[in-house]
Design a protein around this ligand. Structure first.
Ligand code: PEP
Ligand code: MG
Length: 845
């Protein structure tokens, strides 16, 4: 038969069966046949054949039926290229008719024969003849009575007798399954799972191994691992006198392995159990995957009907891949390729239990993964009070500002009305590993009234419990069940293998000792960005900082900075010690000074008291420092050029901390980075001063000072002029948050308002603050890298914007010859695995 029609293939060890033409299920069955496992005769129909069937061109049915003998009983199952794309449900017992009923009644008993026939009529009526499902589901009679009722109902509804010819039945089943695949709903569903628009469907026609009849008959499902943990565990059920997946639902199902909770297949039919285990183990070893097998027992003999890859959580995926490699079944590099890097987020953070019910109140941008619940609070102070009471809270703000940092530290999760992927709440949330949803603009935030309203009108007050799912970007009512984070031994092993193969370094953006410790625990290669401004927002420092900002005379400013110096020195010493000699890149102060000042009248009054100044003076000064467009105003290196004492103080703190930390630990060579550069001269001016500070510290202490100076490329001009900037520094680090903002002329903080419209209408393929725009911003990165390296071949190149941790930007950076990427601490494992996968893919070619 198969010689005549290449689209209809009896599955034998040597038949030309291919996943790309017949689908994954057909290919898997052939692998089982090759292993000499007991698989009932199966014929595979190719994608082409099924496509033609949908169009009404049936294959030669008589020939198709030849391998199954005179009175066949068959089942048909879908076989798409990727099992995740789904397909129509299987149809069992095709071929049942009045004659085979009589024949089976003789061999298996009347009850079993009637059950088979009844099931087939019901399934055929609903799925093939498309008759009213309710009418057939409502048949409560069983055995012969139920069968008579079903046949009568069929005749009444279909206005013809139930078809008796196996070829006619099979034709109708094949046509209905083929057409179901071509329907719009099915197509949209599979496209959502990544299937191409023209994805094909194969079908497999298989002889039924009945599972009903005399002797021990039944069916079941088995796998050798737990789907949630990936730990070794014989899992599944078996049900006597059953078919398909009945065992998974039947209350009378047996455990497979001997079990104190009830009877088991192992105790009831030990030989069949032993065969089943041996078969499944062989499948694992030879198919190089944890497989779930559907099996049937026919009078004590095992048949394997189907094998599919065990579905699994991310946690289980890691353990399964590691165990397969440790058992020598797959190489380590393949294990690395089998875990989706982003799926690691599931292990690194608490999640809403996928089984739990979700009452979604609203959606926003999934800004920082993980989930947490807590009582709503509307201010940082309330969050701190809540934490002091030991009660988890969710900090709800229109947007967060640096003044909210302490509240964010205290909160279990953060929800904001405004902002996008690089807004303050998002960046800090990711740094802290704090679940965060931003830009939830469908909700109404009445912060002063302490009311949060959902789009459906539900109103929440301070103290009401909500859940923030920062992985999916959802705000949920109440407190659904959670799954804890699990960075277990399998995770550590996989990460170790990733480090062995990756060829680009991964550093962390870490501002505090806690961030640095988190990053170290994730075995980071260093700190790529320490944003020093966060160090000034501690309550005791803020007052001194404000004094410094308000100082009229240079001596007053110096006096305030002298008080800040030891604080900064302690910060840096701690970071250096935690990082134990791994590189630490410290960015000099970046934000405009007015960000450190209070913005409301009460704050102004407090400040006036603290500084012993008239309120009007304070208000006037705060206003004077205000800017229309602070993101493009007096910030970054512009501050360093115009108020140089601040950078002087920071440089001194860095050098003194270097000496301090090197005394009792690994030697430190600090990296100092200048933000928001747009001109070479800015670098020259700052470098001259930092060199002078280094010389002064050297003179005072007698210690040699070695340091590296770098420039943050965050303005398009810095990228374009990298050739003249590079000779003045030893590294360039691309700050893609600001660079994206300035390349697009798109505010990081306001873009969230229209970003979803822009993406929906295809103006941007993705949110460029989320996914690196490799065309536009990417071109600037390439130009900057190229011109910088041409001018200075030893130049170290890196990226430190929020894009740094995503697999796509790591790919881009590797190709552009970058030395490292730097990302939030909790994204470090994702980045390590993604980098490893890229190296392995390159090796494989
Ligand atoms: C950047 O602009 O990419 C960056 C890392 O700096 P920040 O987010 O602090 O502006
Ligand atoms: Mg920046």
């Amino acid at each position: 038969m198969q010689q005549e029609d290449p689209n209809i293939t009896l599955i034998t060890p040597t038949a030309p069966v291919e996943t790309a033409r017949h689908g994954g299920r057909a290919k898997c069955l052939q692998r089982l046949v090759r292993l000499d496992l007991p698989v009932p005769e199966t014929v595979a129909l190719s994608f082409d054949a099924v496509h033609r069937i949908a169009a009404g061109n049936m294959p030669d049915m008589e020939k198709l039926l030849v391998p199954f003998g005179e009175t066949p009983l068959l089942c048909v199952r879908p076989s798409s290229e990727d099992p995740d794309w789904g397909g129509p449900g299987a149809v069992l017992n095709i071929g049942m008719n009045d004659a085979s009923y009589v024949d089976l009644a003789d061999r298996l008993g009347q009850e079993a024969a009637a059950t088979l026939y009844l099931r087939f009529v019901q399934s055929y009526a609903v799925h093939v003849a498309r008759l009213d499902p309710d009418a057939f589901d409502e048949i409560t009679l069983t055995g012969q009575e139920g069968l008579s009722e079903a046949l009568r109902l069929y005749e009444e509804e279909a206005e013809e007798a139930f078809p008796q010819e196996p070829a006619v039945q099979l034709t109708a089943v094949l046509r209905s399954m083929a057409r179901a695949w071509e329907g719009t709903t099915a197509r949209l569903l599979r496209q959502a799972k990544g299937a191409p628009a023209d994805a094909g469907l194969g079908l497999v026609v298989q002889r039924m191994a009945l599972g009903l009849g005399q002797g021990e008959c039944g069916s079941g499902v088995i796998q050798l691992v737990d789907v949630h943990t990936g730990l070794e565990q014989i899992t599944g059920r078996y049900l006597s006198q059953s078919q398909g997946r009945d065992a998974l639902e039947g209350e009378a199902s047996l455990y497979l392995e001997s079990d104190p909770r009830g009877p088991s297949l192992e105790n009831t039919v030990p030989q069949a159990f032993a065969d089943l285990i041996a078969h499944t183990r062989l499948m694992r070893e030879k198919l190089r995957e944890e497989m779930q097998a559907e099996f049937t027992l026919e009078n004590g003999k095992i048949w394997l009907l189907d094998g599919v890859r065990v579905p699994r959580t991310a946690r289980a995926a890691v353990r399964i891949a590691v165990r397969l490699a440790e058992d020598g079944i797959i190489p380590r590099e393949e294990a690395l390729m089998r875990v989706e890097p982003r799926a690691l987020n599931e292990l690194l953070h608490r999640q809403v239990d996928p089984e739990a019910e979700r009452e979604v109140l609203a959606r926003g941008i999934a800004a920082s993964p993980g989930a947490a619940f807590g009582a709503i609070v509307f201010s940082a102070a309330e969050a701190q009070a809540s934490a002091a009471r030991g009660e988890p809270c969710v900090l709800v703000r229109r947007e967060t500002s640096p003044e909210d940092i302490r509240g964010m530290h205290a909160a279990a999760a953060v929800l904001t009305e405004r902002g996008g992927m690089t807004s303050h709440a998002a960046v800090i949330g990711r740094g802290l590993g704090l679940p965060c949803v931003v830009g939830a603009s469908d909700m109404r935030f009445q912060i002063h009234k302490k009311v949060l309203s959902a789009p459906d009108g539900r109103v929440f007050h301070k103290g009401d419990m909500i859940t923030i799912d920062g992985t999916d970007g959802e705000v949920l009512a109440g407190t659904p069940a959670m799954l804890e984070a699990a960075t277990d031994d399998a995770f550590q092993t996989l990460m170790g293998w990733a480090d062995d193969v990756r060829d680009i370094k991964v550093r962390a953006n870490a501002d505090t000792p806690d961030d640095a410790k988190t990053a170290r625990n994730f075995n980071v290669d260093g700190i790529g960005l320490c944003r020093t401004e966060h160090m000034f927002f501690e309550a005791d420092r803020l007052v001194v900082m404000r004094e410094m900002i308000f100082a009229d005379a240079s001596e007053d400013r110096r006096a305030a900075l002298e008080r800040l110096l030891p604080m900064q020195r302690t910060d840096f010493t701690r970071l250096f010690r935690i990082m134990q000699g791994k590189p630490v890149c410290i960015r000099l102060l970046d934000p405009p000074l007015h960000e450190f000042l209070p913005h409301d009248r009460a704050g102004h009054r407090e400040l006036a008291e603290a500084l012993d100044l008239p309120l009007s003076d304070v208000t006037r000064r705060v206003e004077a420092l205000g800017e229309y467009n602070p993101m493009l105003g007096m910030r970054g290196v512009r501050l360093g050029v115009t108020v140089p004492e601040i950078y002087d103080m920071q440089a001194r703190a860095i050098f003194e901390a270097t000496i301090e930390a090197s005394k009792d630990g690994a030697p430190v060579v600090p990296e100092i980075m200048i933000p928001l550069v747009s001109a070479k001269r800015e670098v020259e001016i700052v470098k001259t001063r930092i060199d002078a500070v280094a010389a002064a510290v050297h003179t005072e202490t007698g210690q040699e000072i070695d340091y590296r100076l770098g420039v943050m490329v965050e303005t398009p001009r810095a990228a374009l002029r990298a050739g003249e900037i590079a000779p003045h520094c030893s590294f360039l680090s691309f700050g893609t948050n600001d660079l994206t903002q300035m390349t697009y002329g798109l505010s990081r903080d306001d873009a969230g308002r229209f970003m979803s419209d822009y993406v929906q209408q295809g103006v941007y393929a993705e949110d460029p603050f989320h996914t690196l725009d490799s065309d536009g911003v990417g071109e600037l990165l390439e130009i900057g890298a190229q011109r910088g390296r041409d001018a200075q071949p030893d130049l170290v190149l890196s990226i430190c914007g929020e894009h740094g941790g995503s697999p796509e930007s790591i790919d881009f950076c590797r190709n552009a010859g970058f030395d490292y990427v730097s990302c939030s601490p909790f994204r470090v494992p994702v980045a390590r695995l993604a980098a490893a996968q890229l190296a392995v893919s390159d090796k494989i070619g």
